[in-house]
Write a protein that binds this ligand. Structure first.
Ligand code: NIG
Ligand code: FE
Length: 405
């Protein structure tokens, strides 16, 4: 006997990025199919059909029905850039920054990322598992059905691998951010630290992680070091990502394009040449407006990127220091109000394009037959409330792989 199907019926609207391609760019980035008075039918963990109520044929067998009246369905949100594997918090630093202290200055004094490294090492594997599960719960409550998370707060053999396992076992997509900062035992010796990471950690990390990431920035790793790290990771079978152009343009976009990286993320400091280079490439530009907001930094040039034809994705950057924010709906509001992206562009950026960054666009990011049955039910009469209702109580329900949560 097969499991009952799940029918979400009488939806005010169902909205999904159109077509089947990924990543979306240009006019396609802003093309959303909207059905009024709609349903979505899930069989197991897969979407069987979507359509208008008037076209719904009688269903045989067991069907569990969910009342969608007054609600809109959108695809489960995909957060393609988070740092969820950390111990402790940075509320003290946040208070200092609120009083005027600088983020990079705190980092240079051994605070910032390095203070989270201390707390993360102290948390050990059990503490990390608990933390990642907790953060995953926060994300799910905001409509995130797939999350990526980086390591990068361990920076030693055991804690990096424990971070990656904690992410994987919580159902996340693990990325090895082995080059996030130079840990205290290698202070002043970034190359020595990379020697250690690439000889002692890489091979085991590559068994757990799907991608590698590097923080290419003054005070972290330069372009020569980033290239060495990424080439070794690529040779070990990992996809490549970069934190680039957060504070300065230090060569992240040319390196990403040359190495065929999946994405360059941040881009707050990206100028016109970078916009053009990214638009002409297959590399996705991941914008993180909550991070720019949280640090009081300029917003990334998302409108210019989209207009130039770049593939743009939108993510939270959830982490304890620069973006203590797990809400993709809030990021959609920031995308509309600060980045000048249309709600349709924001939706595609945190669904299908984010799924592409994670190598999963064939199954995730759309409400269409054959895609995984990940659905967010918005308490709204129009799906664009996703961006319009600033920090509202918007998520009324989530279907995760066919199960109502
Ligand atoms: O993406 N910029 C580098 N890494 C993180 C922040 C890490 C932290 O402050 O703990 C980011 O913003
Ligand atoms: Fe980040």
């Amino acid at each position: 006997m097969s499991a009952p199907r799940l029918l979400v019926r009488d939806l005010a609207q169902l909205a999904t990025p159109a077509g089947r391609d990924a990543p979306l760019r240009g006019a396609a980035l802003g093309t959303v199919d909207v059905l009024e008075d709609a349903y979505v039918l899930c069989a197991g963990d897969t979407i069987e059909a979507v359509g208008r109520m008037r076209d719904l044929l009688p269903l045989d067998g067991d069907v569990v029905e969910v009342d969608g009246r007054g609600r809109c369905a959108i695809p489960g949100l995909v957060d393609c850039h988070t740092h969820a594997a950390f111990g402790g918090d940075r509320v003290e630093e946040f208070s200092l920054r609120a009083g005027g202290a600088g983020y990079e200055e705190l980092h240079a004094r051994g605070g910032g990322i390095l203070s989270t490294v201390r707390a993360t090492r102290a948390a050990a594997e059990d503490g990390l598992r608990t933390a990642v599960e907790r953060h995953r719960g926060w994300m799910l409550a905001q409509g995130t059905t797939t999350f990526e998370s980086k390591s990068g707060y361990g920076l030693d053999h055991d804690t990096e691998l424990a971070s990656l396992r904690a992410v994987r076992d919580a159902g996340g997509v693990p990325t090895w951010l082995g080059a996030h900062a130079v840990p205290p035992e290698f202070e002043g010796d970034a190359d020595g630290y990379l020697d250690f990471a690439l000889t002692e950690v890489l091979l085991e990390a590559a068994h757990i992680a799907e991608a590698a990431d590097v923080f290419l920035e003054r005070g972290a790793f330069d372009a020569v070091q980033a290239r060495r790290y990424l080439e070794a990771c690529r040779d070990a079978g990992l996809a490549l990502r970069l934190h680039g152009d957060q504070f300065t343009e230090a060569g992240a976009i040319p390196l990403a394009v040359e190495l065929g990286a999946r994405s360059v993320d941040h881009l707050e400091a990206t100028g016109d040449d970078g916009v053009r280079a990214l638009a002409a490439s297959g590399v996705v530009g991941v914008v993180l407006p909550a991070s720019a907001l949280f640090l009081g930094r300029p917003m990334p040039p998302a409108r210019a990127l989209a207009d130039a034809g770049a593939a743009v994705a939108l993510a939270t950057d959830f982490n304890p220091g620069s973006a203590f924010c797990e809400s993709l709906p809030l990021c959609c509001s920031l995308a509309a109000t600060q980045l000048k992206l249309a709600p349709a562009e924001a939706l595609a950026a945190c669904t299908v394009n984010a799924a592409h960054v994670l190598g999963r666009a064939d199954r995730l990011g759309r409400l269409a037959p054959g895609y995984r049955a990940d659905v967010v039910l918005l308490d709204a009469p129009d799906w664009r409330y996703l961006a319009y209702h600033l920090a509202g109580q918007l998520v009324a329900g989530v279907v995760l792989a066919g199960e109502l949560r």
